[in-house]
Write a protein that binds this ligand. Structure first.
Ligand code: KIV
Ligand code: ZN
Length: 511
């Protein structure tokens, strides 16, 4: 491949890097995140499917529930290895050992600032505790990783002494945490190089993202000789989080030509699962897995991408590689090619003159700061070329009713003509909108779709404000269609937007 790869350190080509995922431990320390044991097991299975080498399932000493879930994950028959976290304290180590983990990750603060102010031990005491912890784990026949917490702010000679001592105690791997995310890539390269020159043991790194440098620092560590990186899904973790798995792995694969066991086609699926369970929404601009990671709006870019995708995409990383889809978004920057292609894919073929009028109307909507949905585009086109998709409506909404309040579960009923047959359905939901959307979903038979985006906005003031809902739905083939509806009734706006989007999706097929 040509391009940026020319400037990359080639020494990692074909080198295998092990991926240690700590979503279930550091990731769960993300402020506001609390996963149930069942959710943790679900994530562990997904990480196994993704091909992660080892996961940190939790910190068993932190609570009885945490211990139960670490034990459950360790006994779940996964292909990946399971690790538990422990301070250099016997009770913590025993708690991990009781969970039958494959590896114990034991850690202690080594920087003066943490050592003096938090654990209040001398350097000698910390040194002794670390060696004894590693010996204790190894005496139980279990693999051991030792972390010098706050390594990047630790006196270098002391840090190297610690690592040499745990190596002598038969530790299997050492970890270099950038606990408060303050190192820069060039310094990380130097640090790992200095450590590697003094020990003969595998080196792992754990980078926090306080300055947005976690992935860059992890890559520098690997360039300098680290053979394992600690990452989390969606970059979850304490404060600003940890190095993101998708970004780290795709950089290793696509920019350095290194190898991991990650099946990258499951990256988006895994990100979505963790987003749902952690309830931490990813920004659309999130690299690799974000909604906009392969979306193009400007005319110059969409034209280029439609001709040849690597004109305005990295090329060394395609949407297919990571389980994503390329998307052309229409807005004020939209170009002729993108609009023409969107219309052609819906079977609408305007003349050049009609196309120019359509483009003008699309740009007018964009100039008003609005997003142009597919339904908007088709409506504009229909009004200009006179072809109506009206007759092809698969669903015609007849009645919607909702019951809600603080003493009943929100329940909705819908009646609609679906492919010329009257259908009725009822469902419950977490609120009236959810209940109504579930009820619509229920009358669609085997037709499966997923609501990919749902935005609601009040477009006038007061309790009688008009609500505008924009919904994007995705079918099993991955096709995404968006539509908008406006109504004083928030439930009706939601249902109408959903029905409009589904009708667009179904314009070319039958339920
Ligand atoms: O950030 C950190 O230092 C940690 C350690 C437990 C490795 O999470
Ligand atoms: Zn951490």
């Amino acid at each position: 491949m040509r391009g940026i790869v020319f400037y990359v350190n080639d020494s990692l080509r074909n080198k295998h890097i092990s991926i240690f995922d700590t979503t279930l431990r550091d990731g769960e320390q993300t402020p506001g995140v609390s996963l149930t044991n069942e959710e943790k097991v679900t994530i562990a299975h997904q990480l196994d499917k993704l091909g992660v080498d080892i996961i940190e399932a939790g910190f068993p000493m932190s609570s009885e529930g945490e211990k139960i879930s670490v034990k459950k994950i360790a006994g779940a028959g996964l292909d990946l290895k399971v690790c538990g976290l422990a301070r250099v304290i016997k009770s913590d180590l025993d708690s991990c050992i009781d969970c039958n983990v494959d590896m114990v990750h034991t850690f202690v603060s080594t920087s003066d600032v943490q050592r003096v102010s938090t654990i209040k031990k001398s350097r000698e005491e910390v040194h002794k505790m670390a060696i004894e912890a590693v010996e204790y784990v190894k005496d139980h026949g279990i693999k051991c990783m030792f972390s010098a917490m706050d390594a990047t702010r630790t006196d270098l000679d002391y840090l190297i002494t610690m690592f040499k001592s745990v190596e002598e105690a038969h530790c299997d791997i050492i970890n270099v945490p950038d606990t408060v995310g303050v190192i820069v890539p060039s310094a990380m390269y130097k640090l790992i190089g200095d450590i590697a020159a003094n020990v003969n043991i595998a080196i792992d790194v754990h980078c926090h993202n306080d300055f947005g440098l976690a992935v860059a620092n992890s890559l520098s560590a690997v360039e300098a000789g680290a053979s394992q990186v600690q990452v989390t899904i969606n970059g979850l973790g304490e404060r600003a989080g940890n190095a993101d798995l998708a970004e780290t792995v795709m950089s290793l694969h696509s920019l350095y030509g290194a190898k991991t066991n990650i099946k990258t086609e499951y990256l988006v699926e895994t990100s979505h699962l963790v987003e749902k369970l952690s309830e931490i929404r990813m920004p659309p601009t999130m690299p690799i897995v974000g909604e906009n990671a392969f979306a193009h709006e400007s005319g110059i870019h969409t034209h280029g991408v439609l001709v040849r995708s690597d004109t305005f995409e990295p090329g060394v990383m395609t949407p297919e590689m990571v389980g994503h889809k390329r998307r052309i978004v229409l807005g004020k920057h939209a170009g002729k090619h993108a609009i023409k292609q969107s219309l052609e894919s819906a079977g609408l073929i305007p003349t050049d003159e009609q196309l120019n009028l359509i483009i003008k109307r699309v740009k007018d909507i964009g100039d008003k700061g609005k997003r142009v949905t597919d339904a908007d585009l088709y409506a504009i086109t229909e009004s200009i070329i006179g072809t109506t998709m009206e007759g092809e409506k698969a669903i015609e909404l007849k009645e919607v009713s909702v019951m809600t309040g603080n003493i009943i579960t929100p329940t909705a009923t819908v009646k609609a003509i679906v492919n010329n047959k009257e259908r009725m359905g009822a469902n419950i939901g977490v609120g009236p909108v959810d209940a109504a959307l579930q009820a619509v979903t229920g009358i669609l038979g085997d037709y499966k779709f997923k609501i990919q985006d749902f935005r609601i906005e009040a477009i006038s003031g007061g309790s009688d404000a008009l609500a505008e809902v924009i919904i994007a739905v995705k079918d099993e083939t991955g096709r995404v269609v968006s539509a908008r509806a406006t109504n004083e009734d928030i439930v009706m706006a939601s249902v109408e937007a959903l029905v409009a989007a589904i009708n667009q999706l179904l314009a070319t097929r039958k339920i």
